[in-house]
Design a protein around this ligand. Sequence first.
Ligand SMILES: [Zn+2]
Length: 1116
Amino acid sequence: MTSQNDSGYAIYNNTPNFHPVNSIYENRLRQFIDKHGQYKDFNVPKFYDQERIWNTAGDDTSAGFVNLGVYAVPHLDRPLFRDVVPHAEFTPASKGQSFGPSWKTFWFQVAICIPSKWIEAQPEEIHFEWDCGNEGLAYSEDGTTLKAFTGGERIELALPKHLWVKEQTHTFYIEVACNGMFGNGRNGSDIAPPDENRWFRLATADLVLPNLEARRLGVDFWILSDAARELPSDSWQKHKARTVCNQIMNAFNPEDVASVATCREIAQEMLGKDINSDAVYHNHLKNSPQAVEVVGIGNCHIDTAWLWPFDETKRKVVRSWTTQLAIMEKYPEYIFVASQAQQFKWLKQYHPETFDRVKQKYREQQFFPIGGSWVEHDTNIPNGESLVRQFLVGQRFFLENFGFQSDCFWLPDTFGYSSQIPQLCRLANIDKFLTQKLSWNNINNFPNTTFNWIALDGSQVLVHMPPANTYTADANFGDVMRSLHNHKNLENDHQGMLLYGKGDGGGGPSEEMLEKLRRCRGLSNTVGLVPTVQVGATVDDFFASVLERTNNGKDLVGWNGELYFEFHRGTYTSQADIKKFMRLGEVKLHDLEYVASFASLRGYTYPRKELEALWEDLLLCQFHDVLPGSSIEDVYKDAKPMLRNVIDRCDELLKKALTHIGGGKGAKPAIEDVTFVNTLPWARSEVVESSPEKALVYVASDESGSVSTAQADSIKYPATVSRTSGSTFVLDNQRLRATLSNGILVSLYDQLNDRELIDTQTGTEGKDFVSADLVGGNQFVVFEDTPLSWQAWDTELFSLMKYKPLAYPTTFEIYDSGPLRSSVKASYKISEHSSMDVVISLDGLQSLEGDLSFLRFHCDVDWHEECKFLKVQFPTTLRTSLEASYETQYGITHRPTHWNTSWDVAKFEVINHKFADLSEFNYGCSVVNNGKYGFSIHGNVMRLSLLRAPKQPDAHADMGRHVFEYGIYPHRGALGMDTVKLGYNFNYRMDETLMLSGPRITEAAGLLNSISLESRDQSLILSHVKRAEDDADVTTHDLPLQYEGHKSLILRVYEALGGSSRGILNISGLNVAKIVKTNLLEEDLEEVTVESTKDGATAKISLRGFEVATYRVVLK
Ligand SMILES: [Zn+2]
């Protein structure tokens, strides 16, 4: 008798199987790799170490194997290895000791002796494990950086083989920084202000002989068990993964380490045989570019300052990148990208040997600098020229040090993206853009992943937003799945980029992440269903293949205009000083480069090196947590003096340049003899304060160059002030008549156009406005500002529902009484702690039509509030159905004045630069400012955001004195060039730093007026003049010169209102060789036809609407 038939299928069944209960068998899987669980001794973590030498205080087993010495660096200094280690006196240290307080630095001397029997066993690796709960960096005895540590998560150092010598002690060093990856936030909250007294316990300082096969089994199982949990229930692969995992657990014998090999063999059923090397990415038919669905790119987002100061970032860079260099040695497939030229420059400066290793790994095509910009900057607040300089300075650094320019703008983490970025990118040789921050939108879900982003002028860049919605993925199974499945444009393309690696505080990928990705690919190769992930493809490969599949991008969806970020709207206002200094710094650099460029043609030495340093500081402060106001207090203690220095140095250098061309020796002229330099490209006529005396003078100028003065008594339309009743005053200059009652602007009447601008009716029904008298213009409103989280970052929609209008001023009186300026002054008590003086003034005019007349508000605030938001509002008589206009870099961005859809609601607070405007077709109103960026216009109310009071992450943000100005300008017609010009005039002040004196004033004025731009529509603006980077007499670079022996001027011109426009460049008194249109990097595009005139040359230029053009005027 036989128990089976010929086919082998048994006749009798005496051991029936049961159908497993899936959920129980799935939940069981967590036990197998849980290092801390109740069953760890029955599972694979039991075998992770073959042996470990515990260096516990008083524990003899470590004696002679691991001996520690420590040196505490005095104060909070951060010295380099070469400055500290050779001289330091190390005292004995041991595990269990604590080190602190916050931000302090310790250097440890680690003397190790590896047990002879370990070495004899010839293992693959021997480890030193270090965990002091904070950040650290290991250096070899000669100061070479080895690998970084992060408390709790990155604790292993594979000891270099030259240390594996029997019975010998070797020494290396560890620099320890008393901060976590995310600084030192109080009570365990990263974004709380720092705890200044945090201590870190040295928990681990062990020699370890690891069992690498057991650890690999751990990773095998991790990915398989993720697959068992996360694959769709209707896939056979999910059930197979669960079965294989259970088979592994059943085969594992905690008493027999050899069972590890059996278990790994079982795992191969699903993972394949290639997962132990990069072969997994090569040895498979699916490895064609078409089949790759996910490209894994290692990166390490290092915030250039945030919850730690700039000086700590310098160390985060060397720590993070050293670790990546070590990983590259072990994983040939590994591709890593790092952005921000500034961080590379710091590495070069402080760790030149590590910088050389980075360059070597770039040559080997593993370590890729990327991004093209100086830092990963905010794009909301910097002005146009700043955005240009981010690329100019950044790309030149990459070119000079690595021999290439990046073609991908890398900005994963900034808080919104202004509408001209694509154009500026294209002009900086960049045609791709990577970001992902819009995935944080808290109202609408951004609809695209891979798309064309189109600037105001029509220029486009190819954008990818990684579908896993993060740039700090842990490279888990789920990240790979999401990188394909969350892709929102699968009809066009099927490839997503997976950005993995610890970030924000630095760190980057770990070896474990690379191991996980090999297994994800192994799974895909063997059983399919899991997206095919590729490690080894570059960012260039990724974008090239997208273009290949999408008809060079023509098939992709387009998105026009700004990428508005529906979050972090408080960053337009937080840290008011840094924003004010930024605006002023930009103005000062403009003025200095303008004057110094011309002066350098007449024997003045162009201060190129200093300008470079000043620009680098300004650009650094534009980092996406510094300028937006989301950093800790210590960062602003560095950044504010840095920007103040930019302003002060510009003033000093400007004075030198002006003295050089004017021939003046600095004797102060009488007020009526004062001559100011107008650095703007149009005629100006206005009342100017010749500080510090504050004497007023009316000046009128031709285009650029010097201006003449007019006497106070000769003004044609003087400004007057009169009291019409107890607390009502009227300011009048025959063009505008402003009536102010108790500080409120109850009427602003345009006498020339017979228009009343202020609406005193809307809002009177609102219960919160206690009196109808309080409704009108210049109404201050204090909103409660308690966002859900992220105080410095966010202001929330619900804040608009809870507010108090500021009550009557405590005093209200006449301040100036003409003829050049008339004003009234209102003093307010904001609360028990805060107060404000506001001077409201109107200037006299020489021409009713020609002079720009507006009402000016000068505020001096003492601000001590908690979670309050101060704004000022102007209800107007204007009514438009859809949109208001806001100046943004090199153009105008329109936003809704209504709440039709959730996309409109999301824009309840938006960015403006020098002005915002609400206009009907024949009449409108602009509000100009000198350093405020938050604005909103809804219905007929225009509202400028002034001051916030967040308490995290800087407990003292914005507390103290603030001085700022804004103005309201009613105008005939829709938004036009008069508003654009007023925005400039309001910020580019003619003050004592621009006074010209000396015997050669006329000659100097001629020189400063040598270039002018006429355009019929006036909408072309010559916004910046500088010397060319590559002129032999100014360059500081080793890059090849374009025009040996020539001097040249760079002119930046843009079209400001959005229409094609022609103009004529007039150059007089200079000998022009040729004029070339260039890109932003000052590389030639095309020569412009030049016509000679008797003392110079002219050239016709033509720009598209909102085009930014750069011309190089080469002089003979
Ligand atoms: Zn960031």
